[in-house]
Ligand binder design. Structure first.
Ligand code: HEM
Length: 558
């Protein structure tokens, strides 16, 4: 150091004190220029709090982020910004702004972070650009072919698939009638089976060791990724030994998931018949073959390993489509226990429209406005995915007069929208009638958006709505639902992570036909004409026998 000083002194012909002074001034000027640059740049950003150097606003996050962001929107306005570590975050809380922004391609990127580096751009949820666009279009089209559509041909195919699981779920409830049950545990296998059968023609039984392993891996994956969330904002944390260890476990967890999916894909390849496309895996195998034959495999996967892409798609669709629907169902039942008068109204409507001899179908939905409104209200009030997914800007953009730089993380505060007092009267209140107009028909406003909006809106919203409707209506049509005496129900605030889940609870289900004279004996020794609907069994059997993969696992060979 002293060598540098003396060199400088000699070179410039100044004294030591003068060099110190000039250098000091130079550093101050640099500092001032940087501050002015930041102020000028940030002046065009949406307003927001400052935070502290290096960590930004992270140390101030003491409440669940969706609640904090709702408060911040009241203080800074519906579009605000702050820094988490080195990342600039913009939160949108106004439904018009969310819709306007997310319909633009420049808001459809995904942030670069630890997880995206591990995933390496595979799959759908964490990919972006041309690859994401191609995958989303392809999956959207294939899922529609498998009946994921609101109207028209093919819808009954998906309905039959869901009803196979509803049937089994109701029978499990029947076996356990009159005793306290944890609904969420019973739902896991049947909701998993809907998405697994659609994706890869796999159905598990509750006690299947592979199912237990599979769900344990998914749950562990979620937990591990959440525990390293801070590295997404402060990347240097990844060098800490604990974080290194967790990242190693994430890699190991992913390798085990990949070997599970590899087995499924190899089995599909061995039994593949292009004239009988059974599921999403078959659709991919066919598309890859065709693309290769036509020399356009580059277009489909941008040169990436096609099998790895299928594994990631299966993992993405399963993790996005299983926990969310199960959580929505658990909320729906918890709301019914908190609001028994709503449950009674739903049951009355079902009795009048559907009758006591069969289960509700999708075709009944237009004639069940109060029931449909109840499902809409559960999705609004529970707001299962409170902050949607994090988007990223692919270039500098102007939104509502603000300049948002490239690579800014943009979060939709769906929770703030569903609890906005200017949009909803008494938003805290659970009130299905808010979705009914003066003539009693369902009216769904533009600001009902539990599935997000725009280009990256939920890909499974139709399936989710149909599953929720069929599981929920079938359950309440067949059973009285009661709180277990001497227990306290969980509150309606829930526990927040990526999704908001209700606390654990048990309930007692009593078959509704127990108290009518039209009871029939079921194979399980319970009394419930509706659960024993023979029309349902015919549909379910037809679906099961149409696909040997489904039939085999159902017969318990795995
Ligand atoms: C009640 C159930 C569900 C809710 C509340 C829900 C909600 C959401 C939300 C809010 C987003 C993010 C939208 C955004 O940030 O712009 C999303 C994305 C997504 N959802 Fe769902 N979802 C549900 C069920 C499902 C199901 C059943 C599937 C699959 C079959 C699914 C597949 C996806 C996928 C793949 C994405 C990411 C789309 C992309 O990145 O392009 N979701 N969902």
């Amino acid at each position: 150091m002293s060598f540098t000083w003396s060199m400088l002194q000699k070179l410039l012909g100044y004294t030591r004190g003068e060099v110190d002074w000039v250098l000091g001034l130079f550093l101050v000027v640099l500092g001032v220029i940087r501050v002015v640059q930041i102020v000028l740049r940030d002046r065009k950003l949406p307003p927001g709090p400052w935070g502290v150097p290096f960590l930004g606003y992270l140390p101030f996050v003491k409440t669940p982020p969706h609640l904090l962001f709702q408060k911040m929107a009241r203080k800074y306005g519906p579009t605000f910004s702050f820094r988490f570590g080195s990342h600039l975050i913009v939160v949108l809380s106004d439904y018009r702004t969310i819709r306007n922004a997310f319909r633009r391609e420049c808001f459809s990127g995904r942030p670069e972070n630890e997880i995206s580096q591990i995933i390496e751009g595979f799959g759908l949820i964490n990919s972006d650009g041309k690859l994401w666009k191609g995958q989303r279009k392809f999956l959207h089209e294939k899922l529609r072919n498998f009946g994921m559509r609101l109207m028209g041909q093919g819808r009954e195919q998906l309905e039959a698939r869901i009803m196979v699981e509803v049937d089994e779920f109701l029978n499990t409830m029947l076996i356990n009638r009159g005793t306290p049950v944890n609904l969420s545990q019973f739902l896991t296998v049947n909701i998993s089976n809907v998405i697994c059968s659609l994706l890869m023609s796999v159905r598990f039984s509750r006690d299947d060791a592979r199912f237990k392993k599979f769900t344990a891996l998914i749950e562990e994956g979620f937990r591990l990724c959440t525990s390293t969330g801070s590295t997404n904002f402060i990347p240097s944390l990844k060098y800490l030994p604990e974080i290194k260890e967790i990242n190693g476990k994430i890699q190991q967890n992913r390798a085990e998931m990949a070997s599970f999916f590899r087995e499924i894909v190899e089995e599909h390849k061995a039994t593949f018949d292009p004239s009988n496309i059974r599921d999403v895996v078959d659709s991919y195998i066919l598309e890859i073959e065709t693309a290769k034959a036509e020399g356009r495999d580059e277009f489909l996967f941008e040169g990436k390993d096609p099998d790895r892409q299928i594994y990631q798609i299966l993992g993405d669709m399963y993790s996005a489509g299983m926990e969310t629907v199960k959580t929505a169902m658990s909320w729906a039942v918890l709301y019914m226990l908190h609001y028994p008068e709503v449950l009674e109204n739903v049951q009355k409507e079902l009795d009048q429209v559907v009758g006591r001899e069969r289960l509700p179908t999708l075709d009944d939905m237009p004639n069940l406005p109060y029931t449909e409104a109840t499902v809409l209200e559960v999705l609004r009030r529970a707001c299962i995915v409170p902050l949607g997914t994090t988007h990223s800007t692919t270039k500098e953009v102007i939104l509502d007069g603000y300049v948002i730089p490239k690579n800014t993380q943009v979060m939709p505060s769906l929770y703030a929208v569903s609890m906005d007092e200017e949009l909803w009267e008494d938003p805290e209140e659970f009130n299905p009638s808010r979705f009914l107009n003066a003539s009693g028909a369902v009216e769904k406003p533009d600001f009902w958006m539990p599935f997000g909006a725009g280009r990256r809106m939920c890909l499974g919203d139709t399936l989710a709505k149909q599953e929720l409707y069929l599981f929920f209506t079938s359950l309440v049509h067949c059973f009285h639902l009661k709180q277990v005496e001497g227990t306290v129900l969980p509150d309606l605030v829930g526990q927040a992570a990526v999704t908001i889940c209700p606390g654990e609870y048990e309930l007692i289900a009593i078959p509704r036909n127990d108290d009518t004279s039209s009871s029939k004996k079921t194979g399980n020794g319970g009394d419930c004409a509706v659960v024993n609907s023979s029309a349902l069994s015919v549909k379910s059997q037809a679906l099961l026998s149409s696909c040997p993969l489904l039939e085999r696992r159902n017969a318990g060979q795995h």
